[in-house]
Write a protein that binds this ligand. Structure first.
Ligand code: G3P
Ligand code: CA
Ligand code: CA
Length: 283
């Protein structure tokens, strides 16, 4: 069924105006008149969640090359401290249907005024109708924290730039928000990362804009609050320079592979989380 809701700028409005209540692809229209298709989660905690972005890792061996839209596609470079700048600009890319196979960012990311976020980690290349069932982790915030940060992540990251050397570890953290699990638990979040990495976080939160030991910036630490400074093994997105390891940590999934690709040993993340796209919703 094609759902055409040209007057609605968010899935929340669709659910209120049209009383559609099934998960799937809908058409939305931004305040500047851009019509786009995206996925609405109409069931989680009352529904009305709009998919606004996905962070997908197409090649962890690439290191800030093509496909690293949430860090830099222009190489690890201290002269480009914000990399591609996607967290705080209005460049859009990808499609909703391919959100688990490539990066996705639609006008809702900067246009919708929202209160909370929901995150799904969905195995790469999953078809839309299986996202919910296939997800390895789903959770949402409920404290309306976005109202304190301009109503969306575009504005939040304007206040907290994802920019190399714009701050230091621990001192210059962005918001840290407790989460409610829709699928998963503190234990299952912890299991996604390597044995060394577990010493660097506490599960049960989502954190925004952090810096590591070397002042590399990262955008989102999903499911966790950072307690140490080796954040590059579990936080995603970033600026354009990661000093440690001569560029080896630069990329959308930063240094998930420090001790080998998907080995789940040392500082390396599990195959499950390495090969899952992070879907970002607003409500
Ligand atoms: O983030 C870990 C890195 O800074 C140190 O790694 O290989 O010396 O254990 P390693
Ligand atoms: Ca990517
Ligand atoms: Ca480190």
């Amino acid at each position: 069924m094609l759902r055409w809701t040209a007057l609605a700028w968010s899935c929340l409005l669709v659910s209120e105006m049209y009383e559609f209540n099934s998960n799937g692809l809908y058409f939305l229209t931004s305040s500047s008149g851009v019509t786009y298709q995206t996925f609405c989660d109409m069931t989680t905690a009352g529904g009305g969640w709009t998919l606004v972005a996905s962070v997908h890792e197409n090649n962890l061996f690439g290191k800030c090359t093509v496909g690293d839209r949430w860090s830099s596609q222009q190489g690890d470079n201290p002269n480009l401290p914000e990399g591609d700048g996607s967290w705080s600009n209005k460049v859009t890319f990808g499609t909703a249907e391919a959100a688990t196979s490539d990066d996705f960012k639609n006008p809702g990311y900067y246009d919708i005024t929202a209160e909370d976020v929901s995150i799904w980690h969905v195995p790469n290349n999953s078809p839309v109708n299986q996202w919910n069932m296939a997800a390895i982790l789903r959770y949402h915030t409920s404290r309306k924290f976005l109202t304190l940060h301009g109503g969306n992540l575009y504005n939040l990251f304007k206040s907290y730039p994802v920019k190399y050397k714009a701050g230091i570890c621990n001192t210059d953290k962005g918001p840290v928000i407790p989460i409610e699990y829709d699928f998963g638990s503190d234990e299952s979040v912890t299991k996604l990362y390597g044995p060394n990495t577990k010493t660097q976080f506490e599960p049960g939160f989502i954190s925004f804009r952090v810096f590591n030991h070397e002042q590399a910036a990262m955008a989102i630490c999903s499911g966790v609050k950072a307690t140490g400074c080796h954040l590059e093994h579990f936080c995603v997105g970033g600026g354009g320079h990661f000093p440690e390891g001569e560029g080896r940590q630069c990329g959308d999934f930063t240094s998930f592979d420090w001790d080998g690709y998907a080995t789940h040993a040392g500082w390396s993340a599990s195959k499950e989380v390495t090969e899952a796209a992070m879907l970002i919703f607003y409500r």
